[in-house]
Design a binder for this molecule. Structure first.
Ligand SMILES: [Zn+2]
Ligand SMILES: [Zn+2]
Length: 178
């Protein structure tokens, strides 16, 4: 009579009680239950998905007034839009008594409430907001510098080509002279 235990499809060692599951089951790796062995691995979320979420989140962390990251957030009670305390206070001070995002009426500073929890989230995500903004400014500067360099290069190339064409028209030899 064939031994069923040895006929297990994946070649398990048919050893009795699993010390983890306390079940009598075939054990392939000691200390791992069959469930753990056969559970699908937890795959990391696709990188594209996480990027789009983070970009969106970062936009939501920005103040529509100063376009920087929100510092010391203030929430308009009426519409729950969020700004830097300084930015929205300045608006009210100069007589703009409406939400810069949706233009809902803001009666007074009392319509604003601070949101320390949000500030904590921002600093949790970005760390030191000011240093993040400085590094972003630097990135823009660098990008502009490279763009300008490329423009300069393109201009020089055009100039060179034009000079060569003029030389040729004159019948001059562009190549090195002997
Ligand atoms: Zn602001
Ligand atoms: Zn609003």
């Amino acid at each position: 009579m064939a031994d069923h235990r040895l006929a297990s499809p994946r070649g398990f060692q048919p050893v009795g009680v699993n010390p983890v599951s306390k079940w009598s089951e075939p054990i392939e790796i000691e200390g791992i239950t069959l469930f753990q062995l056969h559970a699908p691995p937890h795959l990391p979320s696709a990188s594209s998905a996480s990027t789009s979420v983070s970009t969106r989140t970062l936009t939501e962390l920005k103040c529509p007034v100063c376009l920087g990251y929100i510092k010391k957030s203030a929430v308009v009670r009426e519409c729950l839009h969020r700004f830097c305390t300084d930015c929205i206070s300045k608006c009210l001070r100069v007589g703009i008594k409406e939400c810069p995002s949706c233009r809902v009426h803001i009666a007074s500073k009392r319509s604003l409430r601070a949101d320390p929890a949000f500030d904590t989230i921002i600093s949790g995500i970005l760390g030191d907001v000011e240093s993040v903004e400085r590094s972003e400014e630097k990135e823009v500067e660098d990008a502009n510098r490279i763009k300008n360099m490329n423009n300069g290069l393109a201009q020089n190339t055009m100039l060179g080509i034009q000079q060569q064409m003029q030389q040729r028209k004159k019948g001059g030899n562009v190549g090195p002279r002997k």
